[in-house]
Design a protein around this ligand. Structure first.
Ligand code: NOJ
Length: 873
């Protein structure tokens, strides 16, 4: 067995400290002090009385009390990159009947397997503005994960939120609006966990771009940096924008949270005590476990006391065979550096999340290997040992194809329609563009979808799944055309200009042009886009294609597949462009979904979950593409505060192409009769009192003999991470020449304190998500919506609020619904405003406060079409 150096955790400094994001960001970097993150210790331990967790806590307590120290460490430490079948696994507890837990991507299905579904992206699901559909998507993904033997599905995503429209992974999440994302998070989590799989809310927090998220990755692209990016976010912005959807996730009972790669105010997220201890566990009362993103852990003891509960994939970096935890954590607990209550709390949190979704300790086996689709192979992939059957090719898709088709259609936004849609047996349909056709090398030919060939139905990176098939727009539209007796021709290239001209210039043609833009995760570079998009234009000369077709054909319909906004400025207003649809990233049923909308089988009602600005600059925010701090951590100052997306366009009074919340229907609606009803919510009572002192569960031997690798029991697997020491001499086991000299001095004050701790005033005593009263309904707003057209349709009334203060956005989304209304009929929309909805974060008080300013509620069909308004009494 190899030596694992304890120096890694003894010499690395704990999380740097304090304060809010830098206020002097206009100064050159060398002249100003960098943003810092204040310390928060000790790490909050679980609350046995937390709502929704009491039974899980009791069962976890019973289980953890029987565990040895080695078993606890085994549960918290990944076994290493490629050491077992899943993208991440922790050690098993065979003595107590628990097999190794399997963590597996992604937020849109099970990644890297076969006979699974490829769901629409989170962003496309958000565009449905349909809570029920988002829940059903989560439930179906949870079922598929469970069917494969996955225990933690690594999604949903609220970070990135979508600060910059060019951000590479925005599509994995939902929307730059925190309320819409919060709903997306909560419904997805409930769905995934109701199906028996633990969900993982990620990436906590400030993971708004791919550039510089990891040092090694950035260096690989030729950037000379020695520390990862720091997202510098002030306290108010953090609360009112980026933390908001995570609060909803915690409130929905999420079992795990993944801390992110980059730093937050110059302290790495996975060892940032303010974030993990203070905000997540203290303020939000999160009861589940925090796992690191893959290689996002940079310290041992420091990250343990800062609130990290599980390290993924377990090794310091991929395939080093060494870990910050594993043996080092065993030793750190034995020598008292990490208090016993902390390792107990880690184990409690993991097992409580486990029992929250699992009835039985005995789990079905993991029936796939992420590393290969071969039926037989090495179970320990890195070591290439343990040759056996590793893929059972279990078909977990059930009838999810029809749900995927429905979400794809109901998530397609009709941005423009001058009357060409819906199609009714068109005489001659010409479908143009590579994006309508297949990837000619096969839908899964690019690893993790790292290319843009053929129709785009997913972005790239770890947030993907293999497709079981892709229904292309060309295939679905041709099938429909044949049924209708239409003439049908398609040209699945963006560059066959003369052929395209010859085709679409003919008489009676309805031309549908498919165009796209793509983005993904930073480890894959597609055409110079290192995850983040390098611009907002269409790929493969899409603008030229649209402009050309529109110049030759007076009935040109444009369909866009993209991971966020693209620039439409040059052609959207052309009278020959008769309709524009944004179909997002619709997943495997792409063609069927778009055909359903184009032919009116689904009357569109989706809404754009972001703003379509006229230029890239018009957003006011962008990715930081060039290091700006020498070879130190690039500094990304979120100086715009809460003003991203529509809040920024509204603040600057700028015009947009299509606003947040915009989307058309084939029928029409009329809004009237807004009313407000005040509820008796009572006065806000800040939380007071203290926790109980930190509990410990079970004893452990202090005889180092009990911790040595039991080579007589099983063989050492190459590069595998174990909890065992290699010798009974602690100094030798640590591999640290200064062992014992620094351990007691280097952790921050209170890091090991086990005494009862004061509760934060904004936290809930027993209510995950924060002070229970923040969620009290203060007002109910109703309005009448009439379908004034001649066909049945669905409408998405949106409730916005103006908080009235000089620093507040003009309006902010607070609630919405998607209502089916028959022609000529009127339905009532009902939306609520909670205390949190009406509050601002007070940085001095450290609590939510309702300001003295006059507040107005609006009900309308988009963020800029606010038909009705009423002042709140
Ligand atoms: C890194 C990604 O950031 C994260 O989202 C993913 O879950 C892990 N890799 C595991 O693949």
């Amino acid at each position: 067995m190899r030596l694992r150096s304890a120096a890694q955790w003894l010499l690395v400094l704990p999380a740097r400290s304090s304060g809010l994001a830098d206020k002097n960001s206009h100064q050159p970097l060398e002249k100003r002090t960098l943003a810092t993150s204040e310390p928060f210790y000790p790490s909050p331990w679980m609350n046995p009385d937390a709502d929704g967790w009491t039974e899980a806590y009791a069962r976890a307590k019973e289980f953890v009390s029987r565990m040895t120290l080695l078993e606890k460490v085994n549960l918290t430490t990944g076994v290493g990159w490629e050491a077992e079948q899943c993208v991440g696994q922790v050690g098993a507890i065979p003595r107590l009947g628990l097999r190794s837990l399997c963590m597996q991507d992604s937020p849109l299905g099970v990644r890297g397997t076969d006979f699974n579904s490829g769901f629409p992206s989170g962003q496309t699901a958000a565009a449905t503005f349909d809570r029920g559909l988002i829940y059903r998507r989560g439930y179906a993904m949870g079922q598929e994960a469970r069917g494969k033997g996955v225990n933690v599905l690594l999604g949903p995503v609220a970070g990135p939120l979508g600060r910059a429209p060019t951000g590479g992974r925005n599509w994995e999440g939902f929307s730059p609006d925190p309320v819409l994302t919060g709903v997306g998070m909560a419904e997805s989590i409930k769905g995934i966990q109701d199906a028996g799989t633990i969900a993982c809310a990620k990436h906590f927090i400030g993971n708004e771009q791919e550039h510089f998220r990891q040092v090694g990755e950035a260096q690989g692209y030729g950037f000379n940096i020695s520390e990862a990016l720091s997202s510098n976010i002030d306290d108010k912005t953090l609360h009112e924008l980026y933390l908001w959807p995570f609060a909803d996730a915690v409130r929905a009972g999420v079992g795990s949270v993944m801390c992110s790669y980059q730093q937050l105010n110059n302290s790495y997220s996975c060892q940032n005590s303010k974030l993990l201890n203070g905000l997540l566990k203290g303020e939000l009362g999160f009861q589940g476990f925090v796992m690191s993103d893959w290689q996002a852990q940079h310290t041992g003891a420091a990250s343990a006391v800062a609130g990290l509960d599980m390290t993924m994939p377990g090794d310091t970096e991929f395939n080093t065979g060494r870990s910050y935890w594993g043996a080092n954590l065993t030793l750190a607990v034995l020598n008292g550096t990490v208090p016993a209550y902390r390792i107990d709390d880690m184990a409690m949190r993991i097992m409580a999340a486990f029992f929250k979704v699992n009835k039985d300790i005995k789990l079905d086996p993991i029936n796939f290997s992420f590393w290969t689709l071969d039926t037989y192979g090495p179970i320990h992939w890195a070591a290439q040992t343990g040759y056996q059957q590793i893929n059972y090719h279990v078909d977990v898709r059930a009838d999810h194809g029809s749900l995927i088709r429905e979400i794809g259609a109901k998530g397609t936004v009709l941005l423009k329609n001058t009357g060409s849609l819906p199609l009714k047996k068109p005489k001659f349909l010409a479908v143009i563009g590579e994006d309508a056709g297949p990837n000619t090398s096969g839908p899964n030919s690019c690893s993790d979808r790292g290319c843009d060939n053929g129709t785009l139905a997913m972005g790239w990176g770890s947030g993907t799944a293999n497709f079981p098939y892709v229904v292309t727009p060309d295939a679905a539209l041709q099938a429909q055309a044949l049924q209708d007796g239409s003439r049908y021709e398609s040209i699945l290239s963006n560059y066959a200009t003369s052929q395209i001209k010859a085709l679409v210039s003919q008489a009676n043609v309805t031309a549908i042009v498919f165009v796209n833009a793509d983005s993904g995760e930073g480890y894959i570079n597609v055409d110079g886009n290192m995850g983040d998009r390098k611009n907002l234009t269409l790929w493969k000369d899409g603008d030229a294609l649209v402009k050309n077709v529109a110049s030759w054909c007076s009935n040109t319909i444009v369909v866009i597949h993209s991971p966020g906004p693209v620039l439409l400025t040059e052609w959207y207003n052309s009278p020959n462009v008769t309709a524009i649809l944004w179909a997002g990233l619709p997943g495997q049923e792409s063609g069927n979904s778009i055909a359903d909308v184009l032919y009116g089988r689904v009357n569109p009602a989706a809404r754009s979950p972001f703003t379509w600005g006229p230029t890239r600059e018009s957003y006011g925010t962008d990715v930081l593409y060039t290091p700006n701090n020498g070879n130190g951590a690039p500094q990304d100052d979120f100086t715009e505060g809460v003003f991203i997306d529509y809040r920024y366009f509204d603040k600057t009074n700028s015009s947009v192409i299509y606003e947040f919340g915009h989307g058309l229907s084939y029928t029409t609606f009329e809004y009237s009769n807004i009313r407000v009803q005040k509820s008796n919510a009572g006065k806000y009572e800040p939380t007071t009192g203290k926790t109980s002192p930190a509990p410990t569960f079970g004893n452990f031997s202090t005889n180092l003999k009990d911790y040595v690798f039991p080579s007589h029991e099983f063989p050492y697997v190459y590069e595998y991470i174990y909890p065992y020491l290699n010798t009974t001499d602690p100094k030798a086991a640590s591999g640290d020449a200064n062992y014992g000299q620094t351990a007691d001095k280097f952790l921050p004050p209170h890091a090991t304190d086990s005494s009862a701790q004061p509760l934060l005033r904004s936290s809930g005593k027993n209510s995950p998500g924060g002070n229970r009263q923040l969620y009290d309904v203060m007002y109910t707003i109703t309005a009448d919506i009439k379908n004034t057209g001649s066909i049945v349709g669905e409408e998405v009334p949106q409730l916005y609020v103006a908080l009235g203060g000089p620093d507040d956005p003009k309006v902010q989304l607070r609630d919405f619904d998607r209502i089916r209304i028959d022609p000529g009929k009127t339905a009532q929309f009902r939306g609520t405003l909670t205390r949190r909805d009406l509050s601002n974060w007070d940085t001095t008080l450290q609590d939510w406060v309702i300001s003295k300013y006059k507040k107005t509620a609006y009900v309308g069909r988009s963020s800029r079409k606010l038909d009705l308004s009423i002042e709140l009494p």
